[in-house]
Design a protein around this ligand. Sequence first.
Ligand code: ZN
Length: 339
Amino acid sequence: MTEVQTASGPIDSKALGRVLVHEHIFCMDMEFTLNYRPDFVKDEMIAEAAKRLDAVKHAGVDTIMDLTVLGLGRNVPLIAEVASRTAVNIIVATGCYTFDEVPKSVALVGPGRMFNRPDPLADMFVHDIEVGVHRTSVKAGVLKCAIDQPGLKPGVERVLRAVGQANVRTGAPITVHTSAHHGTGLVAQRVLKEEGVDLRDVIIGHCGDSTNIDYLMQLADEGSILAMDRFGMNVMLPLKDRVATVAEMVKRGYGDRLTLSHDCFCWSDFFPTEEDRARMFPEHSYCYVPQIVVPALLEAGVSQSHIDIMQIDNPRRHFEDAARRVASRARGEVPAVPA
Ligand SMILES: [Zn+2]
């Protein structure tokens, strides 16, 4: 048995069921929301989030990974309240989301900086995983970092390396936000590997924005899992292209390296108003994969068993294998290197 941490406490990996591996509940700049978004009413938002998660449970999904970390408005006490009102398991992440600099609160701390001491980032992430998130009884279950179009900026590299170190210390698996169009998944793999990460512990996020099969195969051949995780963001890439890419990868034997998700949220102040969001992404909801994408994949020739592998087996193995590997490292056994 492998224990997986959720916002409602630990569960057995076998209880994960069908998983959406890359979602959010609340994405916000809290300072901005506090000052300029009177439409965010905490109790109403908690109720709304629980309602939307109940709907996805009704559609057959059992677990979501909420990858809202530092830089995206992480608020774990709020997530714990949502979790207490829905049957969906919510896995909370730790890490940092930045395309350039680290947050100001840690920018001056670290080797050679104004407060010259070891970089605190990895210890912060490990604390969230092993001890728990402050002001809650919730432990983080996964790690998250990002590398987008600007590439390996100093702050991005600092976070990637800290996330890699936290993975090696704890065995918590990693998701990386990447820009498929700029090939940054490959850069993330290189940096994480340099930190000793087994790339099989890594989900490369936002691969589903790409139809470049060669790029996707290159990432998967390193052992990582690819997140086809922006279903419903059809303005960025239409559904038919996203479905055709998954079908082609399955045909080429990569069904055991794919997962499906939306990168959806209940509230995000990335959009000026809810109406703007609905206009930009009218199909974007937690239920789009079970209700629209799965039938489209079946229609495209992907078997139900491959859909089950992508939704159930791959996320479960992601946790089980990472836990097994960290245990084997702790016993001093030489970890198996992916071919
Ligand atoms: Zn995301």
